[in-house]
Design a protein around this ligand. Structure first.
Ligand SMILES: Cc1ncc(COP(=O)(O)O)c(C=O)c1O
Length: 388
């Protein structure tokens, strides 16, 4: 048999840890095991009805062909309008519509990162940033916020020591996956000062922007003075509107970046799905109530989870957004997660997949009953608390 000769590029990355765990959970489920799956980063709600109707209407209207590669004008305009409301002054020409936020990130990495270029990440960091940097040939510089309860403002001095004139790209993510923390204005200003000083382009991944708690107001990094020309703002429809399977996202940045990235986009995906883009316009314009309801449900679950953990002697930093919590577990978090799924049938993702060993990421996009069940099972198997 011929031996296939794979590229070094693809050899540099590992399969997504989150997808690997959820595959394991699905395999157990198909064997009839009742698994509480807290591994997936996916709202457990259905897409709002009016958004589905907009897709039906677009299908009925024959919106089934290719669209302009960077997106239909109506959606690019609706996105530009939304960004303006966030204080980001982008024209529709500075917006690229992509099949999911992941594809948006991939295109930006491919466009900005050359072989050997340094990409700085803030740990714990979402699993795919590292893979995308490596696929583009980049090298990594990382700063750890774990000693500061995942708060970037605590780690600004460390970030200052990590980045330099050699840094090409810095990725920030607020509210953050896997910890749910929201960057304070002081943290954002710190990022701005370093980016300006060292002439660094920053990707601001704001995909959880609308999932924030306690009536918190978010500031978009690109709205800070000095940042509009060096920020790529990344967002998508998966998390806020419960549209993971629709695959719709976007990025906005300087027009020449969008044009260059357009080559990667045009030669790989051509365009995002036509009728899905029409549904995206509806999602942006007419879902405030549905988004508020979903966010309120996530907030109740967060409150319940944090309180239950405290009752069991585990004080964890309270997440301020997204739907994740970092649970302190055994030093060997991989072994802990194996035990959690194998013995307690509770699926979580090892913190080491996000650059932070000793933790497991818990997604609370699940009902309070199932969350309670997960805690009970972990407790029964001695997997909660000190020395677990
Ligand atoms: C931080 C972060 N950014 C981007 C994405 C990409 O999401 P999607 O490709 O579904 O838009 C995810 C998905 O898990 C994420 O957690």
């Amino acid at each position: 048999m011929t031996e296939l000769d794979f590229t070094d590029r693809v050899g540099r990355v590992s399969p997504s840890a989150t997808l690997a765990i959820s595959n394991e959970a699905s395999a157990l489920e198909s064997d009839g095991v009742d698994v509480v799956d807290l591994s997936v980063g996916e709202p457990d709600f259905d897409t709002p009805e009016n958004v589905k109707q907009a897709a039906h209407d677009a299908l009925d209207a024959g919106e089934t062909g290719y669209t302009p590669s960077p997106g239909i004008p109506a959606l690019r305009e609706a996105i530009a309008e939304k960004l303006r409301a966030d204080g980001l002054d982008h024209s529709a020409a500075e917006v690229m519509v992509t099949p999911g936020g992941k594809q948006a990130l991939y295109e930006v990495f491919q466009t900005l990162v050359d072989d050997g270029d340094e990409v700085a990440l803030v740990d714990p960091a979402w699993v795919s940033y590292e893979a995308m940097a490596k696929l583009a040939g980049g090298s990594l510089a990382r700063v750890d916020t774990t000693p500061y309860e995942f708060r970037l403002e605590g780690a600004l001095d460390d970030l200052g020591e990590t980045v330099s004139d050699e840094t090409e790209l810095l990725v920030v993510n607020s509210p953050g996956n896997p910890h749910g923390m929201v960057y304070s204005d002081a943290a954002l200003r710190g990022v701005r000062d370093l980016a300006v000083e060292h002439d660094i382009t920053v990707i601001s991944d704001e995909i959880y922007q609308r999932v924030v708690y306690d009536d918190r107001e978010l500031t978009s990094l690109g709205s800070l003075s000095g940042m509009s020309e060096r920020t790529v703002t990344l967002n998508g429809f998966s998390k806020a509107y419960a549209m993971t399977g629709w695959r719709l996202g976007y990025f906005a940045g300087p027009e020449e970046l969008v044009a260059e990235a357009g080559k990667v986009h045009g030669h790989s995906v051509s365009c995002a799905t036509n009728f899905v883009q029409h549904a995206g316009v509806e999602a942006l314009r007419n879902t405030d109530e549905a988004v508020a309801e979903m966010t309120a449900a996530f907030e109740r679950r967060r409150d319940m989870l944090v309180a239950e953990l405290a009752d069991r002697g585990l004080e964890v930093p309270t997440p301020e957004g997204a739907f994740y919590l970092m649970l302190p577990v055994a030093e060997d978090d991989q072994a802990w997660c194996e035990a959690a799924i194998g013995e307690a049938h509770v699926a979580t993702v090892p913190g080491s997949a996000f650059g932070t060993p000793g933790y497991a990421r818990v997604s609370y996009a699940n009902s309070t009953e199932r969350l309670q069940e997960a805690l009970d099972r972990l407790d029964e198997h001695g997997l909660l608390g000190a020395g677990a």
